[in-house]
Design a protein around this ligand. Structure first.
Ligand SMILES: [Zn+2]
Length: 247
């Protein structure tokens, strides 16, 4: 109980600190523009863009809350990038940075004093899918608040994020495959499979279908969210993912 109270106090303190002094986050020759506490946009966007991004942020945060309730460690910093340069600054591979679908989560950002360790999600925006891209990344961030990304099978991490966010959109994905996506249980295997070509959407969607099949056993969104969190907590304690999810 003391630990919970202490964690709450620390979170409150961090929240106050963020309000008092928003971090300086350099990008290009300038810095990310603060739109709201914890929400930043690449400089040069219009007022209308800012309103769109804040709405996307609210939509994404609300969607994740439907499953998980209040974020375990608070929301990560949200960085909206419109240009490839901005996304590369925060760690996107240059070959993928121009993609309008790109989002990713990081453990911090670089400022002139060095690396600042804090959960960060980067989403392309504004684009039509910005809220969904951000939702996918916020699901990763919430699960990573409980257990390191690599401690869970990659197909499960990606499948759950794709299932909750509906991003990427699976309505156009090929439905039939004999391939068992559960083989892709490490980031290395997942990325190697994606590099075989033309399988990115179908792989995400097969992972989504597997995750949805499992999560569907728990009924509503709150119950599914609790079950996901329980798996994260149990794996963090050293329990076997396969045993936890085979029941
Ligand atoms: Zn993902």
């Amino acid at each position: 109980m003391k630990a919970i109270v202490l964690a709450g106090l620390l979170l409150a303190a961090c929240g106050r600190e963020r309000e008092a002094a928003p971090p300086e986050i350099p990008v290009g020759n300038g810095k990310m523009q603060l739109l709201a506490p914890g929400v930043f946009a690449e400089p040069g966007l219009s007022e209308a863009d800012h309103r769109t991004l804040l709405q996307a942020h609210a939509t994404a945060a609300a969607k994740v809350k439907e499953y998980f309730g209040e974020p375990h460690k608070g929301l990560p910093l949200a960085l909206f990038c419109h240009s490839a340069m901005c996304k590369v600054t925060f760690g996107a591979p240059p070959a993928a940075a121009a993609s309008p679908d790109l989002g990713f989560a990081r453990d911090g950002f670089v400022n002139p004093k060095g690396f600042v360790t804090t959960p960060v999600v980067v989403a392309t925006g504004p684009v039509p899918n910005t809220a969904l891209i951000l939702t996918h990344e916020l699901v990763h961030a919430e699960m990573k608040a409980w257990v390191p990304y690599d401690a869970l099978p990659t197909w499960f991490m990606e499948g759950i994020a794709t299932f909750i966010a509906d991003e990427p959109n699976c309505s156009a994905a090929s439905a039939v495959s004999v391939f068992d996506v559960r083989q892709l249980d490490t980031k290395e295997k997942w990325q190697a499979h994606l590099r075989t070509g033309r399988v990115t959407l179908s792989t995400y969607c097969h992972a989504r279908n597997e995750a949805a099949r499992w999560a569907g056993k728990f009924g509503d969104k709150t119950s599914a969210g609790s079950a996901i969190r329980a798996v994260c907590q149990a794996v963090a304690r050293g329990e076997s993912f396969d045993q936890l999810t085979s029941q």
